[in-house]
Design a protein around this ligand. Structure first.
Ligand SMILES: [Zn+2]
Ligand SMILES: [Zn+2]
Length: 187
């Protein structure tokens, strides 16, 4: 993706037990970072179908969830679900989120983000993981800068170590792709 359509929209979706304040803070964070991205919030809650639940593991199938909500994406619209479930991909015990850029769809799984945290920090963690998955959707890979939002997090403590902002290198990549960022947020 070289030149970004001026009308790129992110559609934020959620499951029924995600509070308004969580989705509102995530929308605000995206607006704080990007100048030319619109946010839509889907009114109806997403109901994740039972067949995506793995009884043996007690977790949901992350990729299945992302494909399930991919019906919401279109050329100019990316879909990003915030789901209060625990999810995994084969080979990993759990994932905080998953993005599949080819279908412009991602999900963040909040179950484990609640651990060892008060409510405000929980919201901050969700915000970080939402911006992280959005970064993947826009074409970014993981970053080695410990405070960059694109750093891969293996635990909630690693989520706590990073910020919800892109480092200057990741910011430069996004600007190269045609995104306009608020310059005060580069570090
Ligand atoms: Zn990642
Ligand atoms: Zn970075």
């Amino acid at each position: 993706m070289k030149n970004v359509e001026p009308s790129l929209t992110i559609l934020l979706l959620r499951t029924s037990n995600i509070d308004d304040s969580v989705i509102g803070e995530c929308a605000d964070a995206i607006r704080e970072i990007f100048i030319n991205i619109n946010i839509d919030i889907q009114k109806d809650f997403v109901k994740i179908p039972g067949y995506l639940y793995d009884d043996r593991r007690g977790q949901y199938h992350a990729e299945g969830i992302v494909y399930f909500i991919s019906k919401y994406f279109s050329d100019n619209r990316f879909a990003l679900l915030i789901a209060s479930v625990d999810a995994y991909v084969p080979g990993l015990n759990f994932v905080f989120g998953l993005a599949v850029p080819s279908i412009r769809t991602a999900a963040v799984f909040t179950h484990r983000l609640k651990m060892l945290s008060d409510y405000n920090n929980y919201i901050l963690r969700v915000k970080k993981e939402v911006i992280h998955e959005l970064g993947h959707l826009l074409g970014l890979n993981h970053c080695s800068n410990t405070t960059c939002v694109m750093r891969f997090s293996n635990s909630v403590l690693e989520v706590d170590e990073k910020s919800y902002l892109f480092c200057s290198r990741c910011s430069a990549k996004l600007i190269n792709m045609g995104f306009r960022l608020k310059s005060s947020f580069h570090f």
